[in-house]
Design a binder for this molecule. Structure first.
Ligand code: SF4
Length: 192
């Protein structure tokens, strides 16, 4: 298992690759999304972890369902999205280009969204913790917020510029505004 929750099969003979791919595909394990948005890191969260403040897996699933079009994923490009269900940070949300952290407020699940985190890789640039883009969002709001953030990136990017570099160049303000606009009008908000 790799740290980004993929399965690596080493030493496969070239002559067996196609057969392996066919069998992996039959099992639903041949998604061509490595390093794209839906190849995310998510901790077990509240579905399986007693320490959680919020669930991670339904958030991951909702974002995955929203982004099923491989052409759209390719257009967004390589990007790290990480989700942790509490501040123990097993999903390394702080080092995700987009990070989602589950927080508890008055016994309810909320999610902080951070942008610009980096694990120090060539893709991500110098190691840095992501910065919060506003008060916490409800679970229902999170996929809309992610869509608003990515839409802002696609609007503002220069030719060939990846998400991380666009965030660095423009700063967080346009992304904060887009996330604010994506907030559900009738939703209770939390200032976590
Ligand atoms: S980040 Fe929190 S909720 Fe997620 S696995 Fe770690 S301790 Fe559990």
């Amino acid at each position: 298992m790799t740290h980004d929750q993929n399965v690596l099969l080493p030493w496969v003979h070239a002559s067996r690759l196609f057969e392996l791919w066919q069998e992996a595909k039959a099992l639903g394990l041949a998604s061509a999304n490595v390093q794209l948005l839906t190849d995310m890191i998510a901790c077990p969260g509240g579905d399986f972890c007693a320490l959680a403040n919020a669930r991670s897996l339904p958030i991951a699933e909702a974002i995955t369902q929203r982004y099923q079009d491989l052409d759209e994923l390719d257009d967004i490009g390589e990007i790290d999205l990480h989700i942790s269900g509490c501040i123990n940070s097993c999903g390394h949300h702080h080092s995700g280009h987009i990070g989602i952290l589950g927080v508890d407020k008055d016994g309810k699940e909320w999610y902080q969204v951070t942008l610009g985190g980096s694990d120090g890789s060539d893709l991500s640039g110098a190691a840095a913790a992501g910065k919060v883009i506003g008060p916490s969002f409800s679970a229902a709001e999170v996929p809309d917020v992610i869509e608003a953030v990515l839409g802002t990136y696609r609007d503002l990017r220069e030719s060939g510029e990846n998400f991380q570099n666009t965030v660095r160049r423009t700063g967080l303000d346009p992304f904060k505004e887009a996330a604010k606009q994506a907030r559900h009008k009738d939703a209770e908000t939390a200032a976590a």
